[in-house]
Design a protein around this ligand. Sequence first.
Ligand code: GDP
Length: 435
Amino acid sequence: MLGNLGTNLKDALKKLAGKTVIDRVAVEELVKDLQRALLQSDVNVKQVMQLSQTIKKRSLDEEPPKGVTAREHVLKIVYEELVHLVGGKVDVQLGRQTILMAGLQGSGKTTTTAKIARYFKKKGLRVGVICADTFRPGAYTQIKTLCDRVQVNCFGNPKETDARKIVAEGLQHLKDEVIIVDTQGRHALEDELIQEIIDLNEMTHATHRWLVLDAALGQQAREQARRFHEAVQIDGVIITKMDGTAKGGGALSAVAETGAGIVFVGAGETIEDLEWFDPDSFISRLLGMGDLKALAEKVQESINEEDIDVNAMLSGKFTLRDMYKQLEAVNKMGPLKQVLSMLPLGGMEVPEGAIEVTSTKMERYRIIMDSMTSTEMDDPTVMNGSRVQRIAMGAGATLEEVRELIKYYKMMKRTFKNLKGGEKGMQRLMKKFGR
Ligand code: GDP
């Protein structure tokens, strides 16, 4: 997501890292590079100018705190100002609430409604969805199918043309803790649509009004955000299709227009592809610092009830059993690329092959592991040649396969150790800055 912006920002910072002195010329060059990167990603011109002026001024005026180099200080300022640009952190309450979903047709509103329903359901809340999209044919069937899949209640009436009536009935019918109202989108912001959403907002006494914006929208995103915000005071934004665009800056700018923060980010068509938005993590990821927190959360979610301690994944101290469980978890996490994008690839090596293990291979590994003793499972590096031979025989495997498993284990162990170093390094840096 935001691939180009990330690459360009990283390049700009890399250039800064290569400088021997951080003087006015270096700062000015950095600011120019940042401006170019942000403008190319569709961030609004006025915001880019404001942001870059602030970065320049702070970098030149502020003294780096003790123990912090000038370079780290500038990096911190860039980081903080970018976090500021994408708005503050929005805490999602886990209690009784009604959420009104706003957005134009095609923005991904219906898909997002189902993703959010799944999110609350997974947090243990009872969820009901009202389909108030009377404009788009098939809207009800679409949301009903998705709701059935995540096992949440769904209320709608495809024959009724008045959204207000459906919502009134739905509110009587559904007794769930979280009610999500999927409203109609249409192609353009017509007055009628705006009036309808104002009415629905009043009727439902909505706790939250979340605006769904397509990341690919570019500059139009701001206008949409403004109109919806004027009508119902948007208090959270969800940016969808972040997987599909290398830009996305327009949607980020739109967020600033509402003054509301980003609640979630949609990064894929399937119902699991919803990420809770944490501005700090997002910007660290964008700047190539990696985001171990999001990765840990994702792993935890995918392994669910299984007894893996996520911290073990990052501890570097693990057994062959841990490795197998982790492989299973990673396999379940889905798109490899998405997982990799969360890793701090910046300075550290994460060999792509380290994570891409096919299920066939995993089955072979499992059979080999079944032939090992408990001590060998704790630390397979203790095995000598004859033990390897014994295991291969027992498992009906070749010596090569057993050696490959051991080699793979060593590589994973090293990788996770590095990750831990990366996390610590990052934490150290943040601590220095008092965050
Ligand atoms: P609505 O008209 O706003 O309700 O939009 P839909 O929920 O029907 O979504 C429109 C299209 O966008 C569908 O093809 C969805 O599968 C797709 N879509 C929604 N969210 C995402 C996302 O985060 N990533 C990608 N790649 N596609 C998405």
